[in-house]
Write a protein that binds this ligand. Sequence first.
Ligand SMILES: [Zn+2]
Length: 473
Amino acid sequence: MNHEQLKKTLRSLPSKGADWIGLKKITSKIKFHSVKNGLPLSNKIYQDEGVQIEVLKNGQFAYSSTQDTSPNGIKLAYEKALFLAESSSKYPIFPFTRETRPQFKNQPSPHDFNQTTSGEIHDVLSLSCDSIKKEKGLIHSEGYAALKETETYHIGLGDEEFYSSKNTIDFSLKAIAQEGTEVQTRTWGNTLQAGPEYFQKELFKKEATRIAKEARELSFAEQCPSEKMDLLLMPDQMILQIHESIGHPLELDRILGDERNYAGQSFVKLSDFGNYQYGSKALNVTFDPTVEKEVASYKMDDTGHMATKEFIIKEGKLLRGLGSLESQLRSNVPGVACGRVSSWNRPPIDRMANLNLEPGEGNFEEMVSSMERGVIMATNKSWSIDDYRNKFQFGCEYAKLVENGRITKTLRNPNYRGISTPFWHSLKEVGSLPTREIFGTAYCGKGEPNQAIEVGHASSVCLFNGIEVFGGV
Ligand SMILES: [Zn+2]
């Protein structure tokens, strides 16, 4: 069904006292390729399309979805959503009004997605595996690439209309080295807003060679010592630190209790916003939907709220929550445009989207030379954090020991632990823009039923003082 037919179908729905009706058609196509030890493992295409109907009646929102995109299929879904709104309005949590769905408009224009063959992507992954296996002691190589194309067409009964399209990629390479009984793994991957043009042979060959060498290096390395010391985290570990100990605890729906059964709650209270010192003055965190290539950049969220860059934490002080218009009204806390759906068959909930740590002024070499005794850690390997997103323990793939301001040796199995706000208070220095990198993940999970969604994090290198570091497995 094309856009004009969808608009006509929406207008033909009997209002039956509904205050607002929205319709969202989401079409996605994923090409997935994987290679193990240079041999093709999987080449698949997944296609998905459906329509979500949203109804506001008697102050309650309700949703229904269908893959039957005929006028009759949409009408049946609408009647189901209407029934749910009417039924739930007998037990209201909050009386919402039409203002919770702002006016939105843009000019729909078809998007031409780049074409690429499965063979081209397979060649890049296969070449990466070959580069890994060239390194001595490397016993395993693998890689995958998922290329996703998504189109969203969102219309409302008040003449709202918005079309968006995006290309995202999610990929990873893995190198495993063995020396005696010691087995070590290095990975490289990312989730970005990009297309097939990202899969350049030279780039993948270079990174595959690097992780192979580092995996080999780790198989001979000393165990990470266990002591309290300085910790310098590289951007590919900082993203997990930001995600788990800033992003999730600041989601307003978690604080309101919506996620208590599944994803958990938060140590942060509604009364903390506007006055709580979350970390040191070096900590500046933004919700930023404007960063090019970052995976959760967008103009409008899935509730029709236009997205703008906002400081969540400024000079360590907590200013805003990660909450949609609905959560903002319920909590009376300022939020951001972050009501998002993972698919046409999931309702919008509060997501962190792009949550970035703003650059400081630190120079990498000077930050290292300021460390009397410490560890540099890169790339997340394991994570554990409680339901309130407070006490955590994270492990990394790769580390370097710093003694008297100089990098002296490679360390294997590095870990560290902490408690969210004391940890952020120990943030001494943030690296400048040249040390900043953009990362993302496609697998942030939340909501019942589960919604796995893409989130982006950008960060510079960060130096923390007096952290409990320990060797693990
Ligand atoms: Zn998550």
